[in-house]
Design a binder for this molecule. Sequence first.
Ligand SMILES: [Zn+2]
Length: 267
Amino acid sequence: MGIDYEAIRFWDAYSVAEDIRLDIEENPEKESFEKYFMPSRAEIKAILKAPLRWTLLHQFIKDRYLERRIWGFEHHRKDMLDLVAVEYQTILEGYGINHGFPKINIDASDFNNYEENEMQELVNQLRELIPIEQIAHETFQLLFSNRKFLKKFNQLVAGYIRYLKKSEYPDILKRDGVLYRKTLPGWAKRGIFYRDKGRCIQCSRDLTGVIVTGEEVHYDHIVPLAVGGTNDPGNFQLLCRRCNLSKGVNTFTSEIYPTYWSLHLEK
Ligand SMILES: [Zn+2]
């Protein structure tokens, strides 16, 4: 029970998060999304069956983006494996991971100490050590805070769900293009509750129950199930009862957040 504390370095997360945000928010064509998001049937089933701690967004960050970036870097620089090795060593240092190889110094032309096949072997071994899941989870921390991003992301996911056929996915679909509703586990509810600071994201009503009792907390699908939304934790937000009832099947989120302090109020 309670909040998990984990070592978060935010080392590579900002640049990864910004690349993904740009792709999803600023360049939201379905084709470009498909370029990164092509889950297999088994993956769809596993991820959409029930809310998982490793969310759809984690999977997207890792498989469709981070690995592509890590491998892509190598691919584009085949003739400069030494620079790839330096890049990988830098990432590993950023995460405090001891790779056990001497640090390559570009200025000192340390590259010359390696034969080409030795350099490839070094690159392979360094790549294995890159903490892709940790980088994905750190990137998730940043992107999960941004509901506008989540809305766009889930709308693109909905573009897939809407075309799934009940005959092909009988255990996850209620009818063509609509997933069964799943109950959110406690850990997911807590995460969403804390992200939204215990307030309705539309009217800012306090839902903590500390001062005002009797307010119902609604865990609302940002993109409703009826239009292809998922039960993934990244597709939820806090609403009060009144705002949820007036929302209907609309896709809505707000861009108001409780900040640490305001620049404008003299309080
Ligand atoms: Zn409200």
